[in-house]
Design a binder for this molecule. Sequence first.
Ligand SMILES: Cc1cc2nc3c(=O)[nH]c(=O)nc-3n(C[C@H](O)[C@H](O)[C@H](O)COP(=O)(O)O)c2cc1C
Length: 282
Amino acid sequence: MEYKIGNLKLKNRFLLAPMLEPNDIVFRLLCKKTGCGLTYTGMFSPLSKQKLILDDKPAIQLFGNSEKGIESFIKKYDSEVRLWDFNLGCPSKLSRKLGHGAFMHKDFETIVKIVKTMKRSTKKPVTIKLRKSPQAIELAKLCEPYVDAIGIHARTIEQGYSGEPDYDFALKLKKFVKVPVIYSGDVNEKNAKKILKDFDFVFVGRDAIGNPNIFSELTGTKSKVSFRDYLKLAKKYKLFFRQIKFQGMNFTKGMDNAKGVRRELINAKTLEDVEELVKTNK
Ligand SMILES: Cc1cc2nc3c(=O)[nH]c(=O)nc-3n(C[C@H](O)[C@H](O)[C@H](O)COP(=O)(O)O)c2cc1C
């Protein structure tokens, strides 16, 4: 079976949700290895000078409230990515202050300008990721002529990341548009396939953190990875030590001796300390 977003063919419908801190290059590579259909970076400003490593050929998510810098940013990285997404879902205090993400929903004109600019700048698919709001469905309709799919995190700004996602709201949005819809909100190993009866794709979010093997479970792929694989690649990509420790913490999820390992991770001062810890906790 072949699945498509615009002209992009995907091998399955399980996508890694954009997540700023967890989705570093190594984590994304591991998710790809375990079968993830498409990996996403976290949100990036097109004005950022930070060098992006894109060896997994991911989708890049952009954010901001103007089209400034978008065209040149897309031109710079276009050959290394598979899709471009725009963030209309971030609920953070900083986004509130700057009028980004989910705080832009009333500014139809700017949003349409941005997605038009994105569409004009690339032949790759362009998508938006919305959050539930009073304007979200109208926005989806307005953007539809310029986007190849629409993501919906079915929670409001006020809910942040907790509470029940509003599945019916996402279903309603799905009914209003013809482009594929990517559902986001508490997708896990148990419910993903059921959700895919109603939606075209799913974003696996927090359930993937520290657990890239969720994609092998979902897709039936044989390959399994561990923190040992993360560590090896993190050395190759020279990731910051604090990022390695952060992911180490994430990988302890579900471990029998999680508490003890976390304590040791907190105390680890060097990469060698972490390597030693991995050796003793096979
Ligand atoms: C640590 C973290 C970082 C996130 N960063 C982003 C981001 O950069 N862009 C975005 O669109 N959503 C971001 N999200 C939201 C997720 O993509 C997803 O929509 C949300 O977590 C709901 O899915 P879940 O309930 O399965 O976790 C983030 C979520 C978490 C937990």
